[in-house]
Design a protein. Structure first.
Length: 261
């Protein structure tokens, strides 16, 4: 049994990588279950729900190569002192999985997150807001949550420090798909299929959403692309929003000064 843990900051190409793996790595699946809150996301175990724990164990044991998604920080997965069986299982998955981290240009990531959340505030305000992606069950607000830019910097930097993690860039997966997939295959020690398939963003958003919802409840297969709009994976959109000198300066200041020790 192989567990592949695909981690990222939100809106970094997570589903693009997941779809690339399940389309090209033999017998790999990104399973789903109607009783999971969303998709097969490691963070769901922090609900401390016995039912979800059992679903995770069943789906992992029933598949030869299973893909799990995560937006957690590495220290939120690899806890020093797990407090219960849920946290112990999260740590067990982390320790026994093949870990891949996908990162994307920070400006593009933040623009995509802004458009995905669609808050009633300006983009300038949004990037200066505190990070809200905190696992309250194990930690309180910390210095790296001071704003969304700094949290993105901390997230990517922390994952880069773990040498057991395969680092993948969204740009390489987009522009050098075959080569990047070959490198991933070597890391996983799993051969890729003879015909390589590159997932595409679905054209019909409504039908795609219906198919995903049906799969969640056990009807039909997950679409070839499980990706989540709205940015359609476009690159270089960041500069369209970071066109204000103060915003760009704010971004630069919060991506060049980082302490993760």
């Amino acid at each position: 049994m192989i567990i592949i843990l695909v981690s990222s900051h939100r809106r970094s190409g997570t589903h693009f990588l997941i779809d690339s793996l399940r389309a090209n790595i033999q017998d790999s699946v990104f399973p789903n279950h109607r009783q999971l809150p969303v998709d097969f996301n490691l963070g769901s175990l922090f609900s401390k729900d016995e039912k979800i724990l059992n679903i995770f164990k069943s789906l992992i044991n029933d598949n030869s190569t299973v893909i799990i998604k995560s937006h957690l920080l590495p220290e939120e997965c690899n806890m020093e002192d797990p407090k219960d069986k849920f946290e112990e299982y999260i740590k067990e998955i982390y320790e026994n999985s093949k870990k891949i981290y996908i990162s994307r240009d920070g400006k593009d990531t933040l623009v995509s997150l802004y458009k995905f959340i669609n808050p009633p505030i300006s983009f300038s305000q949004f990037i200066r807001e505190k990070n809200d992606h905190i696992v309250r069950e194990i930690r309180s607000e910390n210095y790296f949550d001071s704003n969304r830019v700094y949290y993105w910097t901390y997230h990517t930097t922390r994952w880069q420090l773990d040498k057991t993690v395969k680092q993948i860039s969204f740009s390489d997966l987009s522009c050098q798909f075959d080569l990047t997939l070959s490198n991933i295959s070597t890391f996983l020690d799993s051969p890729i299929l003879s015909t390589i398939t590159k997932p595409e963003i679905p054209k019909n958003k409504l039908w795609h959403g219906i198919r995903k919802k049906m799969n969640h409840y056990g009807f039909g297969n997950l679409p070839v692309s499980s990706s989540v709009r709205p940015n359609k994976g476009n690159e270089n959109l960041g500069m369209q929003y970071f066109n204000d000198e103060l915003d760009l300066e704010y971004y630069i200041n919060n991506t060049t000064i980082i302490d993760v020790e």
